[in-house]
Design a protein around this ligand. Structure first.
Ligand code: SF4
Length: 239
């Protein structure tokens, strides 16, 4: 078995606790208008590795990641759920903490077994309103919500990620609805708010894609504080 990997970052600090070995998997079925990694979209891109090759490489960094771990990101890592599962099983054997950064768009019938082996899920809820979610990403949020229910049932640690995009998700009423909705789940230990930025814009241009958010500005500091306060009202740990 092989997996298609876009790239690997050996000392990541943004995707889970501590210093992490981050594996960016190739392929994503979503088309988020703000995506900064459109070069991961193609399913057949990247470089092929076997699970053993990846684990051998991870073990070289074991002393660096001992207070962190391994994170699968992408793209959408759960599209290659079987490959990810093989690596997770071996990480578990070596006592390495594991995380998956996912949009939750892959049906549970495909990825529940993989989720059972991961320590932390960074669940990127794109929008609480499935209709807006569809406009923003090309897909509704039903699978994501189902995944959250499953993670609650399995008592898995979850960090919710949410990108604040003016004109789409910078909607205080929808954010209030989202905070209220999420407050019913006991497994969420953190909310990570990610202000929209345009650092990936050049990739859209170089790939010949039409970047619709060309004239969308980044959210102001004041707006981010306001959004944080909405989640804090529901007793969330927000960063
Ligand atoms: S889920 Fe991630 S990789 Fe896929 S389109 Fe959205 S932002 Fe890009």
């Amino acid at each position: 078995m092989t997996g298609n990997i876009h790239s690997i970052e050996t000392c990541g600090t943004l995707d889970g606790p501590g210093i992490r070995y981050v594996i960016f998997m190739q392929g994503c079925p979503l088309r988020c208008k703000y995506c900064h990694n459109p070069d991961t979209w193609a399913f057949n891109g990247g470089k092929q590795f076997t699970p053993n090759e990846v684990v051998e490489d991870i073990l070289k960094y074991r002393s660096f990641i001992k207070r962190g771990g391994v994170t699968f990101s992408g793209g959408e890592p759960l599209l290659q759920a079987e490959f990810v599962l093989e690596v997770l099983k071996q990480c578990k054997k070596y006592g390495i903490h594991t995380a998956i950064d996912t949009s939750g768009c892959v049906p549970l019938s495909v990825c529940a077994g993989t989720l059972d082996y991961v320590d932390l899920v960074l669940l990127d809820i794109k929008h609480i309103d499935t209709n807006v979610c569809k406009i923003l990403t090309g897909m509704g949020n039903e699978n994501t919500i189902r995944m959250l229910e499953y993670l609650e049932e399995k008592k898995k640690d979850v960090w919710i990620r949410h990108v604040i995009v003016p004109g789409f998700t910078e909607d205080y009423k929808a954010l209030e609805n989202m905070a209220e909705f999420l407050s019913h789940y006991t497994v969420i230990s953190k909310i990570e708010l990610l202000p929209f930025h345009k650092m990936g814009e050049y990739k859209w241009k170089s790939l010949g894609f039409d970047y619709e958010l060309l004239h969308t500005s980044e959210p102001t500091k004041e707006s981010i504080i306001k959004v944080k306060d909405i989640f804090k009202k529901y007793k969330f740990n927000v960063i």
